[in-house]
Design a protein around this ligand. Structure first.
Ligand code: NAP
Length: 249
């Protein structure tokens, strides 16, 4: 078998059941990583892992609610018992609960913060120490351009994504001397289930502000993540890379 860039690397990808996370899981598997596909429902992460194996690559799945500290902790214990460390952690799972600030409930705020931001803390907290001992690692957190510029009806989501950026830059500084990089990727508008609810009118409005005049694909985001996971990206840390067709420059 040909040695590939990520051969022997254990890659945890959250939100791998659909959309961007699934595209990331497939792209890392294709370059040799063993992918642990995590999502909320057993059905979706199981199907992603099966898809990857059907294509001849290596994957398993774990249904984990990433918003629960206890569930993430138990999942990480299983991973560490089996593999002693994860090499690559992609914190990608996320949700939206959009509402105008005047109408936003505490539950809508809390669910978005727990799923998008607190989950990054839980996974990183559990997997960082063994990664530091290996003196090699890649942490990539999925932000959003909304975390940079805000968005109407998304105070909760923008706060979570901006929080992810600060979190990423801080841990990048803490682990840089241990061969670990930490970066954030900030997609613009990507065609997935998350954006499928947008009406054609809203999409038409959005396109006016996208110089490339089209929405992105999950694969566009996955290619950037793949680069950040590569050995070639070893000197890139603490950054936010926008994948947004030029929307925010
Ligand atoms: P998506 O199609 O809605 O998929 C979300 C994935 O996250 C699913 O696999 C889902 O699991 C998982 N997930 C949600 N809540 C979870 C929980 N509590 N525990 C475990 N897994 C959970 O979303 P997407 O569009 O691919 O977005 C992926 C990431 O990119 C998110 O962080 C999102 O904020 C970010 N992003 C997306 C866009 C965009 O335009 N699409 C733009 C900027 C940023 P199940 O499959 O089990 O439901």
């Amino acid at each position: 078998m040909v040695e590939q860039e990520l051969s022997g690397k254990i890659c945890v990808v959250t939100g791998a059941g659909r959309g961007i996370g699934k595209a990331i899981a497939i792209s890392l598997a294709k370059i040799g990583g063993h992918i642990i596909c995590v999502s909320k429902s057993e059905e979706s992460c199981g199907a992603s892992a099966q898809d990857i194996r059907d294509q001849g690559y290596s994957a398993e799945h774990m249904a984990v609610d990433v918003s629960s500290a206890e569930s993430v902790s138990a999942a990480c214990k299983n991973i560490l018992d089996k593999y002693s460390a994860a090499d690559i952690l992609i914190n990608n799972a996320g949700i939206t609960r959009d509402n105008l600030m005047l109408k936003m409930s505490q539950l809508e705020w809390q669910e978005v913060l727990d799923t998008n931001l607190n989950s990054c803390f839980y996974w990183t907290k559990n997997l960082l120490h063994p990664m530091m001992k290996k003196r090699w690692g890649r942490i990539i957190n999925m932000a959003s351009i909304v975390g940079l510029i805000g968005n109407f009806g998304q105070a909760n989501y923008a706060a979570a994504k901006a929080g992810i950026i600060g979190f990423t830059k801080s841990i990048a500084r803490e682990v840089a001397s241990r061969g670990i990089t930490a970066n954030a990727v900030a997609p613009g508008f990507i065609r997935t289930d998350m954006t499928s609810k947008l009406s054609e009118n809203i999409v038409a409005e959005l396109l006016k502000n996208i110089p490339m005049k089209e929405l992105g694909t999950p694969e566009d985001v996955a290619e950037t993540v793949k680069f950040l996971c590569s050995h070639g990206a070893k000197y890139v840390t603490g950054h936010v890379i926008n994948v947004d067709g030029g929307m925010v420059m």
